[in-house]
Design a binder for this molecule. Structure first.
Ligand code: ATP
Length: 357
């Protein structure tokens, strides 16, 4: 029998909590995921006292789930959202709740423009495009920052070849490391390698707020923000808290990716964030052996979609083994020479010419 989310919820629905009801009927479970045999979730208690009273329940849940066929490990996090401390001092420990912000979206001091790079579907190359575009813009003479807002699956540290933990000489702000001419910050740099982030919405939002506000970005022409895929809390927080210049939506030409890209575009329109254009990634593939041109995910779909939606089409980026290898090696392809780097240089110049970067 395969392990399912419903199966896990069924077990949790049988675990009683002090004061009556169960973990499920009292709505205490958050961020439940079942990944192979690994079950992860958060028990959200109302106060620290409640959290203490729920400790035996946590142990009981772990025991019951471990008895479920197919479960290899159970990771439970207990959180309590009791009354917030008055005027908490800035903390460099990433992952707290967001602090309230007066008024609407705000500018980030010293940062002239913020561009969010988004996609509807995962794996279409959003992080690859973000890092390479950042490098290409820096090569074109712009002062560029790159923020990895893919908080649950940060990849920019690897793609940009950065591993040193960022320093904080004043204990208040974080100094972003510079790689390939770009100031970059990622939660990946603050975590131990292989450490999983299992946070619910408010903690994701708190982390994002810190990454934007507590990092010493200095003076930037443009801050590129690599968003997680889809339309979730991080996207919402970013659009509501930071004054974005706009969003760039990356898609492959495949219909299924385009379908999800439309959802992302719709989300930005609801959040009143301008979509500055669409980018087609994994477009043409040129065989390095025979020079034959193939279109593995189709071709031209993103340009056609842009025309249909009356949005700018910003360009196509080839599908190339070199792009993948360069990303894996921490040296973005845009930092070198050749057709792939030129494609990114064209994209960068297009954004600069349009006043977007
Ligand atoms: N143009 C390309 N040619 C070849 N490989 C590519 C290209 N673009 C991205 N890739 C590869 O595809 C994989 C997924 O890319 P990437 O991580 O950038 O996607 P993503 O949309 O950010 O994914 P996620 O949804 O996980 O955040 C990576 O291994 C990357 O090297």
């Amino acid at each position: 029998m395969t392990l399912t989310r419903d199966g896990v919820t069924g077990v949790l629905a049988g675990i009683a909590v002090p004061g009556g009801g169960t973990l499920v009927s009292r709505d205490l479970i958050r961020a439940l995921t079942v990944d192979g045999g690994v079950v992860r979730f958060v028990i959200e208690a109302a106060t620290p006292e409640d959290a203490r009273a729920l400790a035996p329940v946590e142990a009981e849940a772990e025991r019951a789930l471990k008895a479920l066929p197919g479960v290899t490990s159970v990771q439970i996090v207990m959180t309590a959202h009791g009354p917030a401390a008055k005027a908490p001092p800035p903390s460099l420990k990433i992952g707290g709740h967001p602090t309230p912000q007066q008024g609407g979206p705000q500018k980030v001091a010293g940062v002239a423009r913020i561009l969010a790079v988004a996609s509807g579907k995962g794996g279409v190359g959003k992080s690859t495009v973000s890092s390479n575009l950042a490098v290409a813009l820096a090569r074109a003479g712009r002062k560029v920052g790159l923020l990895d807002a893919d908080i649950l699956g940060p990849s920019q540290a690897k793609m940009m070849g950065v591993s040193a933990r960022p320093q904080s000489p004043d204990g208040q702000t974080i100094e972003p490391p510079t790689a390939h001419g770009v100031k970059m910050m990622s939660l990946g740099l603050m975590l131990k390698e292989d450490e999983a982030v299992i946070w619910r919405g408010p903690m994701l939002m708190g982390a994002l707020q810190q990454l934007i506000g507590q990092v010493n970005w200095g003076t930037l022409d443009v801050l590129i923000v690599d968003l997680p895929p889809g339309t979730g809390d991080v996207q919402l927080t970013l659009c509501q808290r930071a004054q974005l210049t706009g969003a760039l939506v990356v898609s492959t030409p495949q219909d299924v990716a385009l379908l999800d890209a439309r959802k992302a575009i719709d989300m930005f329109s609801k959040l009143k964030t301008p979509v500055l254009g669409l980018i087609e990634n994994m477009s043409t593939y040129i065989c390095p052996n025979c020079g034959h041109e193939a279109h593995i995910f189709g071709h031209g779909g993103v340009a056609a979609e842009a025309a249909r939606l009356d949005l700018p089409f910003l360009g196509e980026l080839p599908l190339s083994l070199e792009v993948r290898e360069a990303g894996d090696a921490g040296r973005p392809i845009a930092a070198g020479e050749g057709a792939n780097a030129e494609a990114y240089a064209r994209l960068a110049h297009r954004l600069i010419a349009g006043g977007m970067a």
